[in-house]
Design a protein around this ligand. Structure first.
Ligand code: EPU
Length: 331
C-alpha cells in the first residue's frame, strides 16, 4: 500500500484542471484491498480519462492498480481474466497481436480495464458488453468478491449497474472476457467502410486507430476526457417532430421506441463547434469533445457546459447530459 499526500490533480485527470487531492492511496493486490480499512469510503479513480476534479478533494482517493492477466483456451475461444488496473489499450493490442477477435474496434480508448464496465465503453460499432463475460466486484460491506455475470451487470448505452445500484458500494477488481479465434470484422461504422469482409484483425485495429487519431485529440497533447456529453436518447414520437423540422438530423433507432441523436451534430447546429471560453473550448474537429487548451478553470468549464446545454435545449428541446464524471466537493 502506498499513500500519497497533497497530490496535484493534473496528474490524475486527463482534463488537467488545477486542484489538490488530499490523499491518494494506491493498492496493488487483492490481499492489500482486503486488509485496507479506510475511515471513510474512498473515491475510486482509474487512470482519470473520464473524471474531472472541479474542486480540491479533501477525502481519500483510491487507485486499485493490480494488473494481472490469466487465460484459458478452450476450442476456438479464449477466456480471459484481467485485473482492473491493466491498461485498456494494452489489453486490446495484446489480444489482437495474439489473433483473438473481439476487442479490436475498441482500440486506443484511454483508461483502465476496471473502468471499462462502469460506463460500458463503446466505439466504432462495438461495446464492452459484446465480449464481457463477468465482472468481479469487491463489496465494502461484506468485504467479499462477488462475480456478476454480464446480464447481472445490466449494460446499457454508457451505463451499467456500477453507475447505478452499485455506485460507491465497492471496487471492480477484475473483468472476464470471451474472445474468439475465428471472428469476422465489424464494419458497420461508416468510418470503417473502406475495409472489406476479408480485412484482418490487425487491419481493423489499425483502421480504428487511424479514425480515432483523425477525429479525437490525444489527451497527452491536448487535455480532454473524450466525449463530454452522452448522445441523447429520446422517445420516437419526439424525434418524429424534430425530424420534420430538421430532415438532415442524424439518428439511430434504439429498442423500445427510442431514437439516439448525435450530440455532436446538435452542438454544431447551434454554432458552438470550435467555441472557446477562456482556456476551455469545444473541439473544432469533434464538438462532442471539450478540451482544456490553455490552463482552463473549473468555472470556465462549468460556464461552457451550461452554454452548450442551454443552446441545444433552446433550439431542439433536448437535454444533453455529461458523460464524463464531474467531481466537486461540497463542504
Ligand atoms: N457530427 C457532426 N459534426 C461533427 C462531428 C460529428 O455533425 O463535427 C455528427 C455526424 O453526423 C456523425 C455523428 O455526429 O455521424 C456521430 O459522430 P461520431 O461518429 O464521431 O461519434 P459520436 O456519436 O460523436 C460516439 C462515442 C465516442 C466514439 C464514437 C465512435 C458517445 C458519447 N461517444 O461519439 O466515444 O468514439 O461514437 O463510435 O457515445 C467517448 O465516449 O469518449 C468517445 C470518444
Amino acid at each position: 500500500m502506498q499513500q500519497l499526500l497533497a497530490q496535484d490533480a493534473r496528474h490524475y485527470s486527463t482534463f488537467r484542471l488545477a486542484a489538490t487531492l488530499a490523499k491518494v492511496t494506491v493498492l496493488s493486490s487483492l490481499a492489500e484491498l482486503q486488509h485496507y480499512q479506510p475511515q471513510q469510503l474512498p473515491l475510486l479513480l482509474g487512470e482519470g480519462s473520464n473524471s474531472i476534479f472541479l474542486s480540491d478533494w479533501p477525502g481519500e482517493i483510491l487507485r486499485y492498480v493490480a494488473a494481472g492477466r490469466q487465460l484459458e483456451v478452450s476450442g476456438d475461444q479464449l477466456h480471459l481474466h484481467v485485473e482492473a488496473g491493466h491498461n485498456w489499450h494494452q489489453l486490446v493490442s495484446w489480444s489482437v497481436g495474439q489473433g483473438w477477435w473481439g476487442l479490436e474496434n475498441l482500440a486506443l480508448i484511454p483508461g483502465s480495464v476496471g473502468a471499462a464496465p462502469v460506463q460500458n465503453i463503446g466505439a466504432y460499432g462495438a461495446e464492452l458488453a459484446d465480449t464481457c463475460s463477468y465482472v468481479d466486484f469487491f463489496h465494502w460491506q461484506s468485504r467479499q468478491v462477488q462475480r456478476l455475470t454480464a446480464a447481472e451487470c445490466r449494460f446499457g448505452y454508457r451505463d451499467s449497474i456500477f453507475k447505478q445500484q452499485l455506485a460507491g458500494k465497492g471496487v471492480i477488481v477484475a473483468v472476464g472476457f470471451c474472445l474468439k479465434r475465428n471472428g469476422s470484422p465489424k464494419l458497420n461504422y461508416n468510418g470503417l467502410d473502406h475495409l472489406t469482409a476479408q480485412a484482418s484483425l490487425l487491419d481493423v485495429m489499425n483502421a480504428v486507430i487511424a479514425v480515432r487519431r483523425k477525429k479525437l485529440p490525444d489527451p497527452a497533447i491536448l487535455p480532454n476526457c473524450g466525449s463530454f456529453f452522452k448522445n441523447p436518447v429520446i422517445p420516437a414520437a419526439l424525434f418524429q417532430q424534430l425530424y420534420q423540422q430538421y430532415p438532415a438530423m442524424p439518428h439511430y433507432p434504439q429498442p423500445q421506441q427510442q431514437v439516439k441523436l448525435a450530440a455532436a451534430w446538435l452542438i454544431e447546429q447551434v454554432g458552438l463547434k470550435g467555441y472557446q471560453l477562456g482556456g476551455v473550448a469545444c473541439y473544432q474537429q469533434q464538438p462532442l469533445v471539450l478540451v482544456n487548451q490553455n490552463n482552463g478553470t473549473a468555472a470556465e468549464l462549468l460556464q461552457l457546459i451550461t452554454l452548450i446545454q442551454q443552446a441545444v435545449f433552446a433550439r431542439f428541446g433536448v437535454q444533453l447530459e455529461p458523460e464524463v464524471r464531474l467531481l466537486r466537493h461540497h463542504d
